[in-house]
Design a protein around this ligand. Structure first.
Ligand code: ZN
Length: 152
């Protein structure tokens, strides 16, 4: 049975700060990714010189060292590359979410992203399974792209 954050706080004597989830800290290169996520859009940065997609964004292209990029809409589809189902031993802010899935997904554009798999039976998880993006509004300011199995 899932415990609520309040139950966990009371049981372990934790403050509100102890159970506050960390939020993204965008860089000058990743800010557009988070702005789009807020609008429930998934975007990727693509090199204007050689067309390589990059995630997370770096100052230059890792293939051609180009420094000109465009932000483009991603298909929002991926396959499961690797995952773990967390059952215990996670930082305090995530205790109430147990069990949950942390994963690396490979987008159709070829880049990999660390995220969570949601809305799924954990026993049905398989590397290579087809996924689609969903957006979790975790606060008024922040939205996290997550992934779920493709609806049949
Ligand atoms: Zn390039």
């Amino acid at each position: 049975m899932k415990q609520s954050v309040k139950d966990i706080q009371q049981k372990l004597g934790l403050s509100d700060e102890d159970v506050a989830k960390p939020l993204p800290k965008p860089t000058q290169w990743s800010e557009p990714f988070w702005e789009a996520a807020r609008e429930h859009r998934l975007v990727l940065r693509r090199c204007d010189v050689c067309g390589t997609y990059q995630h997370p964004p770096y100052p230059s292209c890792e293939v051609c060292y180009g420094e000109e990029f465009s932000w483009v809409e991603a298909a929002g589809r991926a396959t499961l590359f690797a995952y773990t189902v967390n059952h215990s031993s996670v930082p305090y802010p995530f205790l109430a979410d147990l069990p949950y899935v942390t994963a690396i997904v490979e987008l159709t554009e070829g880049v990999r992203m660390i995220s969570n798999i949601v809305e799924c039976d954990h026993d049905a998880l398989r590397n290579g399974m087809e996924l689609e993006v969903v957006f979790a509004d975790v606060s008024e300011e922040w939205t996290l792209p997550q992934w779920k199995p493709v609806s049949e």
